[in-house]
Each structure stands twice: as structure tokens, then as C-alpha cells.
Design a protein around this ligand. Structure first.
Ligand code: FES
Length: 156
């Protein structure tokens, strides 16, 4: 359920297209994704069609259109992490979860995203778990890590 989008809109000036990105960013920060309701309201607010808002939002990797999982994994695929084997880590996450980057599992436990540099290049591949960084991650660690995280979520 979206937190009140109208409250967020009050922080911005209506009709100003240059405020669209900061507006969408704030909605996503607050709600974790851009819902259909948010897109429609943002469009009306800045004076752009819903199609245009989707067009802008899909252009930027940072926006999600479905809610994140309870555990949100972000795997860096920047140059250094890529050279250190992030591709194999990403493949393992895909195999273990059974879904693609940018999606959320049906049970709502996991979602994962592929990101650019997270600033830990010398210790790649870097994996963020709800904002906590794991470094030098190996693909063979993934099954155990996901099992432990799922256990924690289900017994919390
Ligand atoms: S390239 Fe992955 S942290 Fe910099």
C-alpha cells in the first residue's frame, strides 16, 4: 500500500516538469516502488501523460514498478566487480531464486537488482543485502546465504 502520495506532492510545485525526477525519486524512496496510482498522480501533478511518465521512469534503472521483496539484494556489476566474477554470482542468484533481476519472488521474500559501482571495487563482487554490504562474494555462498536470510525473515 502506498504511503500518502498527496503528502509527497505537497513538497513540490505543480506543473513543473523539471521536478518530475526528484518527485518520482521521493515517491520511490518512501514506498519502495512506483505504483500505478503514483504514476497517474505524478503525471497529473506535473502535467504529463501517464505514458510519458512511464517512458521517463523506465529510462532510468533506479525505478521499480513492483514492490521489493522483504530482502532486497543488489549485486554490483560495475567493471571491477565484473572482472572479479559478479556475472557468476548474478547467475547463481537467478538460479536459486528462479526469477530475473528487477523482479520479486511470489512469496515476497526476495527481490534482486543489478547495479553499477557501489564504491567497494577492491573487494568485489559486492552484494548489498537490505543496504548491508557483503564483499568478495562467491557464487557458491549464495544458496546458504539465501537459506539463512529466508529463515530469518520467516522467523522474525
Ligand atoms: S565496481 Fe562494484 S563496487 Fe565498484
Amino acid at each position: 500500500m502506498d504511503k500518502d502520495i498527496d503528502v509527497i506532492l505537497k513538497k513540490f510545485k505543480p506543473g513543473r516538469r523539471e521536478e518530475l525526477l526528484p518527485l518520482l525519486q521521493e515517491i520511490q524512496e518512501t514506498n519502495g516502488h512506483l505504483s500505478e496510482e503514483a504514476i497517474v498522480k505524478a503525471g497529473r501533478f506535473v502535467g504529463l501523460s501517464t505514458t510519458k511518465i512511464y517512458g521517463v521512469a523506465t529510462f532510468y534503472d533506479q525505478f521499480r514498478f513492483i514492490p521489493s521483496g522483504k530482502v532486497c539484494l543488489k549485486i554490483c556489476n560495475g567493471t571491477s566487480c565484473f572482472m572479479s566474477g559478479s556475472g557468476a554470482v548474478i547467475n547463481r542468484i537467478r538460479e536459486e531464486t528462479g526469477f530475473e533481476a528487477g523482479q520479486t519472488g511470489r512469496d515476497g521474500v526476495f527481490s534482486y537488482e543489478i547495479t553499477t559501482c557501489m564504491g567497494g571495487c577492491h573487494h568485489g563482487p559486492v552484494l548489498s543485502v537490505n543496504g548491508e554490504y557483503l564483499t568478495s562474494v562467491k557464487p557458491e555462498q549464495i544458496p546458504d546465504l539465501l537459506k539463512k536470510l529466508k529463515f530469518i525473515i520467516e522467523n522474525d
